[in-house]
Design a protein around this ligand. Structure first.
Ligand code: FAD
Ligand code: SF4
Ligand code: SF4
Length: 480
């Protein structure tokens, strides 16, 4: 049955059903249900099929959104899946965790008067349907190539690159220091945003497609980069950024203060059935505690919402700017507020108080002054505005920097930028080492899954170009 488009005037925006906050607080399950088929078609039909689709322009993958919305509205779901998966390796993941309010949906032209088309939820619906119908199949390349590529890092950048290279018939091995595949999709992002099975079925698909995984293999410690360059025809570094930014405040060493990613990884591991001594001892368990999270990004949002689910007594998020100027998604703030998190805006920590362990965060109120060179208003402390906030668990979520990769990998010639991210030639995506490419957070700094996918796809294309040119040169030489 063909649905007509342009229904945004008569049909209101409807997200899939969201579970009540009281229920969500008790478990780690995803908070949104999926659309029923009719609802997805109805919501997709709200699209006005713009001649210049701003949604597509503002999607880092330039997904062909208007076309797959139209196909969904017409009930042609297999074609919608073919189209949406042609530009995105993990549409069901992006549909769940992209900050759509800042990307596709935030730029939907009907957003102004009528609330945007629910692009992310439709994208998720299309691919979840594809999985349930058996339309998502392992890769069987038309011809196998002899050349092999090593990918360091099994996060979204590495996995997207692996899939694209495998499609072209390359032999692909992914090395990761973790025991599981997925990078931050598995150990950073909590289940209530992205259930682990969604990532694990992608891993199984790649294994069925004959991608090889070498897990618990730390490149730099267990195998050197030089060795990988010997073993393979090209190497892609997709190692992400993991060095937590620290806070230099008195008392910061007190027990009870932990880095956000340690906390989230412990919680994710518990969910996966692992034994985590730091959780079992109570050090990384929020149960019954007054929890204070420092920061205003995605990681901070995940911490506060995890603490609620672990049964914290109170959960506060301290951020030195205001709601309008926070880096995290507004949708996430809304979910967190519904779940009982208190946001203390315009407040910064000054020191941590406590005898044997932290008991309070001493804070100061902030006034946002004139914009600096970057255009952001500078936070200024308001004199005599201090307060002591009760806290038995403080989680610091102040961002991440790159590790010293040249040192860690014993590769002093690997060029880096000021913040430690890898320097690449943006046209070739190659680092300063011949045949060594880089993609994802290790190039951009802490970013988004959708950008990691984009970079992984681009890197695969450049590696293919590099290897093809090299093979042609070898043939020419052999013919001379
Ligand atoms: P990663 O996902 O970090 O993967 C890198 C992999 O490299 C890891 O598996 C690591 O073990 C491996 N590795 C590193 N060094 C080595 C080595 N020497 N040898 C072998 N393996 C190595 N983005 C969103 O779009 N939406 C969100 O909601 C969102 N929430 C987030 C929540 C949290 C808590 C965090 C921390 C990030 C979040 N992000 C989110 C950001 C997103 O997860 C990252 O941008 C994305 O995962 C980057 O992908 P990547 O492949 O570059 O790196
Ligand atoms: Fe929107 Fe992300 Fe999907 Fe692009 S990948 S259409 S930004 S949800
Ligand atoms: Fe449809 Fe909105 Fe994209 Fe226009 S901007 S094509 S209305 S989803």
């Amino acid at each position: 049955m063909a649905e007509r488009m342009l229904k945004f005037v008569g049909t209101s925006q409807a997200m899939p059903d969201k579970r009540p906050a009281a229920e969500r607080r008790r478990d780690f399950g995803e908070i949104y249900a999926g659309y029923a088929r009719e609802k997805a078609a109805e919501q997709a039909a709200r699209c006005s099929q713009c001649g210049v689709p701003f949604c597509q322009i503002h999607c880092p993958l330039n997904n062909n959104i208007p076309d797959w919305l139209k196909l969904t509205a017409e009930g042609r779901l297999e074609e919608a899946y073919e189209l949406s998966s042609a530009t995105n390796n993990f549409p069901e993941i992006c549909g769940r965790i992209c900050p759509q309010d800042r990307l596709c949906e935030g730029n939907c032209v009907i957003e102004k008067g009528f609330d945007s088309v629910t692009i992310g939820s439709v994208e998720k619906f299309i691919t979840d349907t594809a999985w349930s119908q058996g339309w998502v199949r392992p890769i069987r390349p038309r011809r196998e190539r002899r050349e092999s590529v090593a990918i360091v890092g099994a996060g979204p950048a590495g996995l997207a690159a692996a899939e694209q290279l495998r499609r072209k018939g390359y032999q692909v091995t992914i090395y990761d220091r973790y025991d599981r595949v997925g990078g931050l999709l598995i150990y950073g992002i909590p289940n209530f945003k992205l259930e682990k099975e969604i990532v694990q079925r992608r891993e199984a698909l790649l294994r069925d497609s004959k991608v090889t995984f070498e897990l618990e293999c730390d490149v730099g410690r267990d195998v050197s980069l030089a060795e990988l360059r010997q073993r393979h025809d090209a190497v892609l570094l997709a190692t992400g950024v993991y060095k937590a930014r620290e806070i230099a405040a008195p008392g910061v060493g007190l027990p009870g203060i932990a880095a956000a990613l340690d906390y989230l990884t412990a919680s994710n591991r518990i969910g996966l059935g692992d034994q985590v001594p730091a959780f079992e001892s109570g050090a990384l368990d929020a149960r019954g505690k007054n929890v204070v999270v420092l920061g205003g990004g995605d990681t901070a949002m995940d911490c506060v919402r995890t603490a609620v689910r672990q049964g914290a007594r109170t959960v506060k998020c301290l951020y030195r700017r205001d709601r309008a100027n926070m880096p995290g998604s507004q949708r996430e703030v809304k979910h967190a507020e519904e779940e009982g998190v208190e946001f203390v805006w315009l407040t910064a920590p000054q020191s941590f108080l406590g005898k044997n362990e932290v008991s309070h965060v001493r804070s100061v109120r902030i006034h946002l002054g004139m914009p600096d060179a970057s255009g952001r208003q500078t936070p200024q402390e308001i004199p005599n505005s201090h307060a002591n906030i009760e806290a038995d668990l403080v989680l610091t979520a102040l961002g991440f920097d790159a590790e010293d990769l040249p040192a860690a990998m014993g590769a002093p010639d690997l060029a880096v930028n000021g913040g430690g991210t890898l320097k690449i030639d943006w046209r070739s995506m190659m680092t300063s080492l011949d045949g060594v490419f880089a993609a994802g957070d290790i190039v951009r700094g802490a970013s988004l899954v959708v950008w990691a996918v984009r970079d992984g796809r681009d890197a695969a294309e450049r590696i293919h170009g590099y290897l093809t040119t090299r093979a042609q040169a070898a043939l020419r030489l052999a013919g001379e």
